[in-house]
Each structure stands twice: as C-alpha cells, then as structure tokens.
Design a protein around this ligand. Structure first.
Ligand SMILES: Cc1cc2nc3c(=O)[nH]c(=O)nc-3n(C[C@H](O)[C@H](O)[C@H](O)COP(=O)(O)O)c2cc1C
Length: 340
C-alpha cells in the first residue's frame, strides 16, 4: 500500500470568533511605530492582520479627537485591531462602544486588551501587565467590553495580549488566558517574557506551545521573531495559530512577503537594498501627508535608521539622519533625488 503524506502548509487562515482572516502572519502592536502608514506598508507586503499600538481607553472616552491619529485605519487595511489599555470596566466598555458606534470612522474588526505593557506609567494605574496580577479582573474587562457590544448582530471579537506573568515567581499565563477565554475572549496573543524581563533575555516559546495545546481559541505567538525562519520555527515548534512580528518588522515590511513565501514555497528572495531605501522614502512621504513635514521628519529619524540595517555605510548615514528635519535633507543625506 502506498502511503501519501499530505504536507499541510504552515500558512493557514485564522478564524477569530466571527472574524475570518486571510492568513496567520500578523503585525504586532508596537508603540511609536505601528501607526497607519507603517501598517499600510506591511499590509502591502501581505500582513494578514494588524494592530494599532496601545491606546488609552480613558483618553479615548475623555476626548476621542485627541486619540484620532492613533486610531486611523489605512485605506488598504481590510481588517485591523485596535488595542486598548485600561483597568476600569466601565471605561473600557465605553471606549469599545465609541469605536464601534454607528458614526465611528474607525470600525476595527477586533478589540484587543493590553495585559502585557511593562511601562510603570501604565502598570501603576492597574493596566497593562499589572492585569496579570489579577486574572479575574482581566476576565471582567473582557466581559464588560463584550456585554456593551452585544447589540451587534454577530458577536464582536475581543482578544487579550498577555505576557508569561508579572515576574519569574508568578508565571500565570495559563490562568490569565483561561480566565479571559471563559469570559469570552476569541483569541489570545502571548509574548512569553515576564513583565520583569521587559524586552530583554529570551522569550520562552514553551509557554506558547502549552497555551496553544490548552486553549480552544487561536493562540498568537510573539517574541524573538526577527526573520522568516524564526516565524516558521515558531509555528512548527509551538503549534500556535499565528505569529506576530514586532521588532523584526521595523524598517523591514518585506518580512511579511518573505515569510509567506517561505511558508508556502520553502524559500524566499532577500529584499533588494534599493527597495528598502525606496520604501523608507515612501514611508516618510506618507507620514508627511498624515502629520505634516516637521513632525513626520522628526518621527521618521528612528524609523529611517531601522530601514538602514545592513545598508553599506549605515553608521555614517544614521549619524546624519538623526539631525534631518526636511524631506530634502533626508534625500541629500542618502544622495537620492527623492524629493518630487
Ligand atoms: C518599542 C516597543 C513597543 C511596544 N508596544 C506594544 C504595544 O503598544 N502593545 C503591545 O501589546 N505590545 C507592545 N510591544 C510588544 C510587542 O508587540 C511584542 O510582543 C514584543 O516586542 C516581543 O516580540 P519581539 O521580541 O519579536 O519584538 C512593544 C514592543 C516594543 C519593543
């Protein structure tokens, strides 16, 4: 008897409650980087789902207009998630309701609750990773958002993004995730470092593997994804439903098309250096449309440097880029005629 082994592709669509996504390669929320211009460049390169950076539910409720620049959706983003942070049930529910109000221009496909931010300004309010100290509170936030959104005909998906725990002595990702799912969370993203680790050390993918095996909803893996090979290995080793690129995507939106090619065909082409520089300039010009030249050029300094990784003479270019204030200056530094 001949036994045929059918190879299942690692590139798979993800179903998040009622939300059907095209695939399983996501852009993670990264504060200060994942505004809509960058998200649009990642979608162009095949990111299957994108997240805004964390947005204060309280600020949104108090003055939605102020948070507008962070909430804007890119034209090519069919689906995107807004990530909220907060610790008050009523405020989180109100923020969710504002986002999905009939008159809201945003209409995210999913609301994600941040339970991973390690920044003291956030944790001292009981939000971000401080929520991991109280899994029942995290669950109540999920329920509160879902209750408020219930009038929608189709249950609206709410998800959570967690870490492994507050510190090495309180690893409780499983308990937090289970509490959130019992409260109705349709997806859980796990960055398997503790709050105490910040972004240092190595993320522990064994936690993702355990969570993926135990939860009835899709688990998204995050942590140390810097190459397409990392993403493939995480999918293979942990069995997570999707991967989300964070630092690995900064200055390199091509990582999405490369990862998809690797998962589907087993190989991919490196991004030509010209393409990286061209994309950096397009990024700058689009930012200027959103924020004006002065603010965009300031913001772009750190972002542009990320695009220069591996570029010949990158160190010298970076030293000059961090002083650039106009598009013309950026173009002159890179000896390009990109101002038109
Ligand atoms: C500068 C920076 C900002 C971040 N901002 C957010 C955020 O707003 N919300 C969030 O859930 N995670 C945030 N993260 C965490 C990332 O989404 C991701 O989980 C983490 O960086 C691990 O992935 P990596 O090791 O592949 O970068 C941030 C990470 C960095 C480095």
């Amino acid at each position: 008897m001949i036994v045929y082994h059918v190879m299942m592709s690692l590139y798979q669509p993800v179903q998040v409650g009622s939300l059907a996504l095209s695939g399983n390669i996501f852009l993670a929320p990264v504060a200060g980087y994942t505004e809509r211009v960058f998200r649009s460049l990642c979608v162009e390169q095949g990111a299957d789902f994108t997240f805004t950076e964390l947005i204060s539910a309280e600020a949104l409720v108090r003055n939605a207009a102020l948070t507008m620049p962070l909430l804007r959706r890119a034209d090519n983003e069919l689906n995107y998630a807004v990530q909220l942070f907060g610790s008050n049930e009523e405020t989180m529910a109100q923020a969710a309701a504002i986002l999905l109000d009939e008159k809201s221009p945003f209409k995210p496909a999913l609301i994600d609750i941040n339970a991973g931010c390690p920044v003291p300004k956030v944790t001292k309010t009981g939000a971000g990773s401080a929520l991991m100290k109280d899994p029942r509170k995290l669950a109540r936030l999920v329920s509160a958002c879902l209750r408020r959104l219930q009038p929608c005909e189709i249950a609206f998906p709410v998800s959570v993004k967690i870490r492994s725990g507050w510190d090495a002595d309180s690893i409780n990702y499983l308990e937090c995730a289970q509490a959130a799912v019992e409260a109705g969370a349709a997806m859980v993203s796990l960055h398997p470092r503790t709050r105490a680790q910040g972004y240092g050390g190595k993320s522990d993918w064994r936690h993702i593997k355990e969570l993926a095996a135990r939860l009835p909803v899709p688990v998204v893996g995050s942590g140390d994804l810097f190459t397409p090979e990392d993403a493939k290995r995480m999918l293979e080793e942990t069995g997570c439903a999707a991967v989300m690129f964070a630092r690995g995507a900064l200055g390199n939106p091509f990582i999405f098309s490369q990862t998809r090619a690797l998962l589907l065909n087993g190989t991919y082409a490196p991004a030509p250096q010209d393409a990286l520089l061209e994309t950096a300039f397009r990024h700058l010009k689009l930012l200027v449309c959103d924020f004006g030249e002065k603010k965009a050029c300031l913001e772009m300094r750190k972002i542009f440097c990320a695009y220069l990784k591996g570029y010949p003479g990158a160190a010298t270019l970076r030293n000059r880029i961090v002083h650039a204030s106009t598009i013309a200056e950026y173009a002159a530094i890179c000896s390009l005629d990109c101002v038109s």
